[in-house]
Ligand binder design. Structure first.
Ligand code: BGC
Length: 441
């Protein structure tokens, strides 16, 4: 492993989402999902990391760890707990949190929909409802009108592809449907339209208020699909998976076009992203299958991978994939890239520092090649509720003790803080944070 430098212009920070860390919200659909026993070990979103009450302490910690940027989400159910009822308390809370971040010179990127929604919205069908787009836009407007003076950068929707897949195909997110392909596409269409319209609305509202530096995009989950064997069936399968999981959403959310099977309509002419948000975690190996319902493929992890190539959830650690997916999307659209999520569950914290090293090395290689990667947000700042998988997977640079709610910076957190401070990885840092922590396995 060798030392390397990153450009000062690359901003470094972390990402979180409200439901996963805040706690205390009884109006969110994930609270109801917890009550229904749908989270591993019967765990609940009700306390999480109690960030809602501890945000000042957490922001101070971010500041101590030299964070320049922070991706967070605003919980819709805190702002509109019941339909048409707006919460002043919720708005005031986020005003305070954002003000605190700005005081510490940490630039926020705010996500408006990160998998969760108010229970009342869930009950009318969520993103399947014919009212969904209008209701999401009303919430968006409320955020920009009330808090837009503090937020320059917006991420409208987090991972629309994972969201519809886990909600309507895999039954993991409320209301937990299985293989409902009709709903997969219907919700996808509404999410795409919601993004395009929100993009325009945010720009309009901020412009009316005299702001010129607004940036709006969405966070796209891009998996690196690779072929187990290069036979015509796996090739065909990869094409179809890429299309329905990646391209269909890009066409809609970047280009404003609804494409097959969502329709063939131009929602509006233009480009509806100021940056490309990339969430990258792993490589997915496609094996061929004769099942048309799974697009003639089965996604698996390579068998017999060495333990240091796997994270605690059994996903392959494959840093080169970050390079490939960013290169491909940049060549398509030539928009600045924000890596809006990248990280791993590693409860012992023996692999994360190396993971950070390897992925930032790919970022450096991308930048050296002229690909404009401008931001890197590590997932995640602290341990959090990994949705239906509960509190087991530990993604944090900061460890949360769920009994005492005490925070403790992990070795990898100190390593990342050092990188953020000087934008360099030295040989001493490799020795101290990677080699030594490896020895302590
Ligand atoms: C999501 C996060 C999640 C992370 C790790 C992404 O799909 O946006 O909310 O915790 O991956 O699974």
């Amino acid at each position: 492993m060798k030392s390397f430098k990153l450009p000062q212009s690359l901003l470094l920070g972390t990402a979180t989402a409200a439901t996963q860390i805040e706690g205390g919200d009884k109006n969110s659909n994930w609270y109801y999902w917890s009550l229904a026993g749908k989270i591993n070990n019967n765990e609940s979103s009700i306390v999480a990391a109690n960030h809602y009450n501890r945000y000042l302490e957490d922001i101070e910690l971010m500041d101590n760890l030299n964070q320049e940027i922070y991706r967070m989400s605003i919980e819709w159910s805190r702002i509109e707990p019941s339909r048409d009822e707006w919460s002043e308390e919720g708005v005031a809370h986020y005003r305070d949190e954002l003000t605190q971040l700005l005081k510490c010179n940490i630039k926020p990127l705010v996500t408006l929909h990160h998998f969760s929604c108010p229970q009342w919205f869930q009950e009318i069908g969520g993103f399947l409802s014919d009212e969904a787009v209008a209701l999401f836009l009303r919430f968006t407007e409320k955020v920009v009108v009330e808090l837009g003076d503090l937020i320059e950068e917006y991420c409208t929707i987090n991972e629309p592809n994972v969201f519809v897949n886990d909600t309507y195909m895999d039954g993991k997110y409320p209301p937990g449907e299985y293989n409902n392909i009709r709903h997969y596409f219907k919700a996808s269409k509404n999410l795409i339209i919601a993004h395009v319209e929100a993009y325009k609305l945010i720009h309009k509202l901020r412009e009316q208020r005299g702001y010129t530096n607004t940036k709006v995009g969405f966070a796209h989950h891009i998996a690196y699909f690779d072929l187990k064997t290069k036979n015509p069936l796996t090739k065909l399968s990869k094409k179809m998976m890429d299309y329905s999981f990646h391209t269909m959403f890009l066409k809609g959310m970047v280009e404003g076009k609804l494409v097959f099977p969502l329709g063939s309509k131009v929602i509006d002419k233009g480009i509806f992203c100021d940056f490309l948000g990339v969430n990258y975690y792993s490589r997915h190996l496609i094996h061929s299958s004769l099942n048309p319902a799974t697009l003639f493929g089965e996604v698996k992890v390579e068998a017999n991978l060495a333990d240091d190539k796997l994270n605690d959830l059994g996903w392959e650690i494959y840093p080169e994939g970050l390079f490939y997916v960013c290169e491909e999307i940049y060549n398509k659209y030539q928009l600045p890239i924000y890596i809006t999520e990248n990280g791993m569950p590693d409860s012992k914290d023996t692999k994360r520092a190396k993971f950070i090293y390897d992925h930032l090395y790919q970022v450096k290689s991308l930048i050296d090649k002229g690909i404009k990667v401008e931001r890197y947000y590590h997932w995640s700042f602290m341990d959090n509720l990994e949705w239906n998988d509960g509190y087991g997977p530990r993604f944090g640079l900061v460890e949360v003790n769920y009994q005492t709610l005490e925070r403790k910076v992990r070795n990898s957190g100190h390593f990342y803080a050092k990188i953020c401070e000087n934008k360099v990885v030295t040989e001493e840092m490799i020795e101290e944070y990677i080699n030594k922590s490896g020895d302590n396995l």
